[in-house]
Write a protein that binds this ligand. Sequence first.
Ligand code: 13P
Length: 255
Amino acid sequence: MARRPMVAGNWKMYKTAGEGAILVQNLEEHVRDLWEDVEVVVCPPFTALKSVSTVIELDRLQIGLGAQDMHWEPEGAYTGAIAARMLVDLRCDYVIVGHSERREYFGETDATVNKKVHAVFEAGMVPIVCVGESLAVREADETEAFVRSQVRAALEGLTAEQGARVVIAYEPVWAIGTGRTPTPEGANDVARSIRATVGAMFGQPAAMQVRVLYGGSVKPENASTFFVEPDIDGALVGGAALKADSFAEIAEAAR
Ligand code: 13P
């Protein structure tokens, strides 16, 4: 695979600062030899970013760091929100944008996702943009059209260079935390359609470069079935990312 696979762990609302530091230390022992082949990224909650970042720096761990969300404004009176430069200051490389839980519980829309995507790039980081259909959309047989429209809205106004560097995570909402998954072939069909959308927006070189991850109930037992698919370049992992050994097994499967 010409594209470097990425396995990113979305810790969601789990782990204190101390627990996060221990988890990332344990993880390193497992993934130390993977870095050449697989980009391993952890996305702790805001309150654990500093401790995890410090461990990564002091121990020179080859693990990337991401945040789970941020505001699109550079600063301002937005109580409770976090700005891009605060994340850059903690050496974040990535920011997850538009996770379905943000869309469902925190009023995230395609429009706010697009603003955040631009803000992440402007700050010198890379967005991991989440898209994916609900069960109702799937049952109406509208998955690909729905996901394509989410991708178009999220990436609107980017340059071709940014369109090539963005990471897109295809996460069917009904597969998140449920133990249910699409078939690997079905997930690959949607990933291919995402890649084609990037191609239509930014040209074929961007389509060939953009990394498309699968997310939703990825476990050590099923990870490789997704990774062998040609348009799937890795995974965004929730529950299985909270333990060093299971996350490391998934990262190993991506090699
Ligand atoms: P699970 O791996 O727990 O299903 O979560 C997936 C996810 O939402 C990652 O962002």
